[in-house]
Design a protein around this ligand. Structure first.
Ligand SMILES: [Zn+2]
Length: 244
């Protein structure tokens, strides 16, 4: 059983009214394709950062599972309206890198199948609880790439992962940690889109405080409000001394 890294980058409660207004008891899983080529961290960062009534629970790429909305809240994923069963009862999983496909998509789809199997076991569900976006809104054709490669093929992958050894230990617990606080030092701290710190997306002011999802690749992953708005960005800081 492959280890699965799960990172929680949860939408702040101040945005529940936009992204996940209703309490939810999940009844099944809905599979989507993102239809673009962003990483899971970037997908979730964008999703919780904007104020659109579009949301989902997890984005999954070739590296990790990134959760943006807790499973006890609904998401606007299934295009079936405010009282639609897809929007109100489904755990929505987005498979990344689905625009161009290729090796990264193949790996993302595998990790999604593995995680789907894990969730089915957790909830005591069978394979019939795995749905696709088109079950709720046929017009959109989502998850397009997964469907074109074969839906039954995807379900078979999930079933194979379910038959594997019990995967209760498959979560890297260190990455599924509670949100902490980051308190910047006395100088401006740049925030980057990636842990290699190649693309700057913003900065923290001296002594500015924000949420922190932990340390990844020796960088602090932070979630901060942009210019005191309710829009949030997620990125990486080189200085890890601010993690409290
Ligand atoms: Zn979809």
């Amino acid at each position: 059983m492959t280890l699965m890294e799960i990172v929680k980058m949860l939408v702040p409660e101040s945005k529940y009214s936009i992204k996940c207004p209703y309490a939810m008891v999940p009844e099944f899983i809905i599979i989507h394709n993102t239809a673009n080529d962003a990483s899971a961290i970037n997908e979730v960062s964008y999703m919780i950062g904007n104020n659109n009534k579009v949301s989902y629970h997890c984005a999954i790429d070739d590296q990790r599972i990134v959760q943006g909305v807790p499973f006890n809240r609904n998401t606007w994923n299934a295009t079936d309206g405010a009282s639609g069963i897809g929007n109100r009862k489904g755990i929505a999983l987005e498979i990344c890198y689905s625009k161009s496909g290729g090796e990264k998509f193949t790996e993302a789809e595998k990790l999604t199948a593995n995680y789907t199997a894990y969730l089915l076991k957790q909830y005591g569900w069978g394979i019939d609880k795995v749905k696709k976006h088109t079950d709720f809104y046929p017009v959109k054709g989502c998850p397009a790439r997964t469907l074109s490669l074969g839906w039954q093929r995807f379900l078979n992958m999930v079933s194979l992962y379910m038959e594997d050894k019990p995967n209760d230990n498959s979560i890297e617990s260190g990455s599924d940690e509670p949100v902490r606080i980051y308190e910047n030092g006395s100088t401006i701290e740049n925030v980057y889109a990636d842990s290699n710190c190649t693309t700057k997306i913003g900065s923290l002011n001296p002594r500015e405080k924000c949420d922190c999802f932990g340390i990844f690749n020796n960088r602090a992953m932070v979630r901060y409000a942009v210019d005191n708005t309710t829009n949030y960005k997620i990125g990486f800081c080189k200085w890890t001394g601010g993690v409290k």
